[in-house]
Each structure stands twice: as C-alpha cells, then as structure tokens.
Design a protein around this ligand. Structure first.
Ligand code: GAL
Length: 419
C-alpha cells in the first residue's frame, strides 16, 4: 500500500472513531504562532492535542523567531492578502490596533456563557476586549523580570542568588575574574530591550517605569534615573561572552543549563526550556525575581480573525472555549513556564517559581506595581517599541554614553509617537 493510500485509510479510520458529526462540530483552525523552542513547542502541542481530541482539525503555522517580530511581519502580509489565519498568538495594544482595522471576530457569546469576566484578572480582561466584546482568549501570565541561575556555577565563587543590582554586579565581577561568563545573553533587539526594561523597573521602580515606558513622559525618558538605567545596562554588556550577538534566547538558556554561564535575565518561558530538558527547579536551576519592586506582565493570547468559512468560524468558538478551560490552562502552563490566566485554576501541581509568580502578581496588583512589558508588546504601539529597541540595541553595541542614550531615547520615542 502506498503512503497516500495508508494516509487516507487512517483518516477514514480516525473519522469513524469519532461520534457522528463531532469532526465537523469542532471545526478547523489555522493557528499562527512563534512557539518553536523546546518548551514552547511542547506547550503549543498541548493545545493542538486538546483541539484534536474534540475532533477538530489543527493546521499549524509556526513562524520561528523569539519575541514574535517575524511572526507579526508574516501576519501583516496574510491580512493584506485577504487570507488571515483563524487564530493568531498576539497581545497587548496590538489586539486593539487590529480590532480598529475591523479584521477581528469576537467570541463574546462563548465568553459570556463561560463567565470569563469572573475568571480573569481585570487588567487582562480589558486587554482581551474591543468595544466591550472579547476578541481574544488569554492562555497565560508570563513574568518578564526573572533571573535564572545555575547553582553549581554560583557555588564555584561562593555566591548566592543576588537580591540587589550591586550584589549582582559584585557576583558577576567574581565570576568574570574566575573565567566564567556571568550572563548568558542573545544579542537580538527584543532581548536587549528585555534587559533594559527589567533594569528600568529594578533601578527606577514602578512609578518611573510607568512614566517612562508606558506614558512615554519626556522628562522620565531623558532624566537622571534613565541615565542610571543605562549605566546598569552598560555593566551587563561587560558580563556577556564574545559570541552573544544574534544568539537565540533558548540557546542562552542552554548555556546556563550546561554551566557555561551563571545567569540569564529572561521571562519565565526560559523555565519552559529548563523543564523540557528535564531540569529540576531549586536543584538544577534557580529562579528569583530580578532586584526591585513590581512585576512586569506579559500575557499571550489567541486572537481571532474574521474568516468566512463556516468550519473555521466553528473552530474559533471551540478553540476559545478550550483555551480558557482549566485542564488546558494547566497542561499548557506547566510546559510553558507561565501561570494560568484563568484564576480559578489551582496551582497545586506547579513548582515554586510558578507559586512565587502568582503571589508576587497578587501583591503587585494590590500595590499598583504591576507594569506591562514594553519589550513584549504589552505597553506601547509597535512603532514606539521599535524606537526603544533600536536605541537600546544601538547603545548595547556601541560606546554611546548613558547621558547621550537617555537624551537620544527621549527624541526617538517622540519621533515614534508622531509617525
Ligand atoms: C514572548 C512570548 C512568550 C515567549 C517569548 C520567546 O514575547 O510572550 O510566549 O514565547 O516571546 O519567544
């Protein structure tokens, strides 16, 4: 029997295995995403598995590239060509930008029926809606301001996880003197911007972060605190290895796993990589909130585009409901490194890092120190984010002074706002 014949026989057999009508009822979805690393692929595999278990057809459209810049370029081309995917990994103000173009479909009937408003933190529910209707379903809550470490490497210089930036610098200096790379980093604009915003929160505090990175206040962008932020970023530049340029973030995580570097400053999708490699938190790797007060929020969601095919429209409803279901939120987030967006899901089977994330999130909400990630598209328009990334990357790869960087940043952001 040829391959085609086997495949079609299998297809008929699996269709027969389903109760009549279920395959059609669950519909079809094409999902565009950038979850391609070890941990990410495992997590999205959970969604595919769950959707297929309901009898649906999943068409996978992965676009590699951490931070999603390549995926967003591909999405624009698809929408312009009049051929949008059924659902897209998308977030923050980007959701509103697409909704304003009139190209999003709402899943409000599903959300109302399942009482999403009662299950999501208010801040997230707001981001998922346009004109009062849900156009997106959140899959998780990622925290950006984490430090990951290899305890065996820290032990070599008798160091613990740092709790202040001064401690971080002192430990990094010791590691460097011992011939060990202190910081695993990938020199890509979004990764540079991730370091920058973690320092902005740590050095400046939540009020400063909001003023500079959310409200885009010119004084905050160009002032003394911003100069200090760039000073610390310059310090970090001295702690990376010579081959950092262009490296993917998951390869930087692998350096920490293998003991080739001590630390990585990265969101908790890095934990997904450690876990996918069989590493145990608290033993093989450590997690700690980066020095400072607050919590930088990054939440992934699936956004639904207007499609004319009935089967795809049905698929959107099934996918929306599945995305918020407790079973899926648990299995996806156990693999992804994040915590569930659906607050009714208990964290009993999650590790200490996840439990800390939830506790700190609640505290940050109460203390008004929860801030949206600029680097991960939760805070500002893509144009302004682009200006931040260009300037920060330029600073990281040149000998620009911190004073010039702050001044240039304020000017660049102003330019971005006018475009
Ligand atoms: C983030 C995204 C995460 C993770 C990361 C690296 O922007 O929210 O889910 O995938 O990029 O690709």
């Amino acid at each position: 029997m040829g391959f085609r014949k086997i495949a079609s026989t299998l297809a008929v057999a699996s269709a027969l295995a389903l109760p009549a009508g279920l395959a059609e009822a669950a519909g079809t979805v094409e999902v565009l995403h950038w979850w391609t690393s070890g941990g990410e692929a495992k997590a999205v595999g959970e969604l595919k598995k769950a959707f297929e278990a309901q009898g649906g057809k999943w068409v996978d459209s992965p676009i590699a590239g951490g931070g999603g810049d390549a995926a967003m370029t591909a999405l624009r081309a698809r929408v312009v060509a009049g051929d949008p995917p059924t659902a897209v990994q998308l977030k923050g103000p980007g959701i509103q930008e697409w909704a304003e173009q009139g190209v999003l479909a709402d899943v409000q009937d599903v959300a109302e029926q399942e009482k999403w408003d009662d299950k999501l933190p208010k801040v997230l529910a707001g981001i998922m809606k346009y004109d009062g209707n849900y156009v997106a379903a959140p899959v998780n809550i990622h925290r950006v301001d984490w430090i990951w470490a290899n305890p065996a490497v820290l032990a070599k210089v008798g160091a613990q996880m740092p709790t202040t930036w001064d401690e971080f610098n002192a430990t990094a200096d010791k590691l460097k003197a011992a011939g060990i790379t202190p910081l695993a980093h990938g020199g890509q604009p979004w990764q540079d911007a991730t370091l920058f915003e973690v320092i902005a929160l740590g050095v400046g505090g939540p009020e400063f972060y909001k003023k500079a990175l959310v409200e885009l206040d010119q004084d905050a962008l160009s002032g003394d605190t911003m100069v200090k932020v760039f000073d610390q970023l310059r310090k970090l530049r001295g702690y990376v290895d010579p081959n950092f340029s262009g490296r993917d973030w998951n390869l930087a995580t692998a350096m920490v796993m293998r003991g080739e570097a001590a630390f990585q400053i990265m969101g908790d999708w890095a934990k997904g990589e450690f876990l996918a490699a069989g590493k145990v938190p608290g033993k093989d790797f450590l997690c700690a909130a980066a020095p400072g007060k607050g919590f930088i929020l990054n939440s992934d969601s699936l956004v639904f585009f207007k499609v004319s095919d009935k089967d795809e429209q049905e698929g959107q409803k099934v996918l929306a409901s599945l995305t918020m279901s407790p079973d899926f939120q648990k299995s996806f987030n156990l693999a992804k490194g994040s915590i569930p967006a659906n607050t009714t899901v208990p964290l009993d089977d999650f590790d200490e890092c996840a439990k800390k994330s939830k506790e700190d999130l609640q505290q940050a909400i109460a203390a008004d120190s929860l801030v949206p990630s600029m680097a991960h598209e939760m805070a500002v328009s893509r144009t302004v984010r682009g200006e931040f990334m260009d300037l920060v990357t330029n600073f990281f790869n040149s000998d620009m002074s911190s004073q010039d960087a702050a001044k240039n940043l304020a000017a660049a952001v102003k330019r971005g706002q006018q475009l």
